[in-house]
Design a protein around this ligand. Sequence first.
Ligand SMILES: *[C@@H]1O[C@H](CO)[C@@H](O)[C@H](O)[C@H]1NC(C)=O
Ligand SMILES: *[C@@H]1O[C@H](CO)[C@@H](O)[C@H](O)[C@H]1NC(C)=O
Ligand SMILES: *[C@@H]1O[C@H](CO)[C@@H](O)[C@H](O)[C@H]1NC(C)=O
Length: 547
Amino acid sequence: MKPLSPTSWAARSMAGLLVFPLLPVEASTDNPSLAPAPPMGFNNWARFECDLNETLFTETAQAMRKRGLLDVGYDRLTLDDCWMLHDRADDGSLEWDTNKFPQGIPWLADYMKNEGFHLGIYQDSGNLTCGGYTGSYGHEAQDAELFASWGIDYLKLDGCNVWAEEGRSLREEYHVRYMQWHDVLNALPVPLIFSNSAPAYFEGEAADWAVVMDWVPESSELARHSADVIVYSSNGSAWDSIMYNYDMHARLARYQQPGYYNDPDFLIPDHPSLSQNEKKSQFALWASIGAPLILSAYVPGLSDEEIAFLSNKALIAVNQDPLGQQSALVSRDGTFDVLSRSLENGDRLLTVLNRGADAATTTVSLARLGLSSQSSCKYDARDLLTDEVSTIDSAIEIQLDSHVAKVYRIALPESCTKTTPTGMVFNTPSGLCMTASTDSVTFEKCSASDSQVWHVAATGDGTKLTLSPLSDTSVCLAAGDGVSLAKCQGGTGATWDHYISGHLRSSSGNCLTQSKDKASIEECVIDNVGQIFGLPSGVRLGKGRLN
Ligand SMILES: *[C@@H]1O[C@H](CO)[C@@H](O)[C@H](O)[C@H]1NC(C)=O
Ligand SMILES: *[C@@H]1O[C@H](CO)[C@@H](O)[C@H](O)[C@H]1NC(C)=O
Ligand SMILES: *[C@@H]1O[C@H](CO)[C@@H](O)[C@H](O)[C@H]1NC(C)=O
């Protein structure tokens, strides 16, 4: 297929679906140094919604400083919606609500700076904010310059009240607007950190969601990808809300890279419906997957125990690890989720979550961690919540109470430093796991069997992948007329390119496709949700994306 220029959008239409060429474009952010690690701090929304004011922010900053949160890295306080007046001033500029901010926002930004913090702010890319205040549409550069002049260095840009201009789809409209904001923010003498909300508006439409995610890492430092986490005033289950956002997050591991972070929304350690275990688990999970750590809680009212687990330096170090990987699923069986990723110093991270209603035990083998299981290789695994170290010979057994997460940092001995990306290969829209059987490949409910855990190895120049199930590592996923398992060595059609869009393309030029429980090989189509796959963490992306 002849590649089009990167700016050319639609290639041709077939059977009502758009078919796109695969383009040689590396996903990258312009300014990786703007956010070398996931942002940490406070935002008022989930705890206080529109009831924000100067006192809340100064009291919160004082509490964060006195209680040690600033020292461990929580250094950003961001105003959410409802800080402004409903109408713009005569010259078109935004004005803060002087009842809420009597000394003004520039004063507050200065106060934060003197206390060692940064102040962030909220706007919306549409005509109105979600709370009905004036949006930024048509005032982008004016608003950005105003924020910068106030001493603000972080913008959360929501996406309520956006209507598509004639000739554009809604997803194209968000692309245009958020890239425009990216350009506006980057043109400032000191660019603002950009928190993008566009994907959250497409979470219910798998194809649109993926297409929006494909450009998001180029536009911003972080992006809210799905629903708002539950607010304090709601009587719903906060654990269900946390699990919903975590599950959406787990589908997006491939997008994360140093300088760009998927954002599953706030830590909510004082939500009244959470047990102490659930609060700790949210923090352990968010830290280990590499999510922004932004508290939405009444910080002066948090218990000492809550402050202590939120200040766990070993978990925060993992969260801020410069390799910037997101943990990806190794296996899932309805009770246990097992995730892993690598860290910059070569250590391997293991996260295990018991989602079930009862205490239960699971075992994770070295092979599932992508580590060598030669008898000479013994690994020290540090439990980052208790600081206890245990030695892994061949597998680690983990017993967990209901809704408890554990995180282990595993050191690799000098002669055993090789790691292989290992884990689930799953269709992210359906959640079904690619499953190997003797002579076929199917898609089934995830059950954590060895036939659903894949070793993914780079071959040759490093952009071609092979995929072998742990149940028989001598065979590889292969594409001919259909999808099968073939001897890895010399097998034809057994290498694959992987794209940021989630497509796995065989050397024939066609893509792995899931429909119901069947695996097939079909023309690569960006809107075919059966072609979007999640892979283990650490798999290098092929050079390109569906554009
Ligand atoms: C500021 O906001 C907090 C949290 O909503 C509220 O409890 C407090 O009464 C407010 N203070 C002022 C001075 O408005
Ligand atoms: C949104 O704002 C733009 C620019 O001010 C205006 O042209 C448009 O009519 C507004 N759309 C709606 C639906 O209010
Ligand atoms: C939550 O529950 C309380 C008492 O059961 C009730 O008064 C209140 O209206 C409920 N709030 C919401 C948002 O459902």
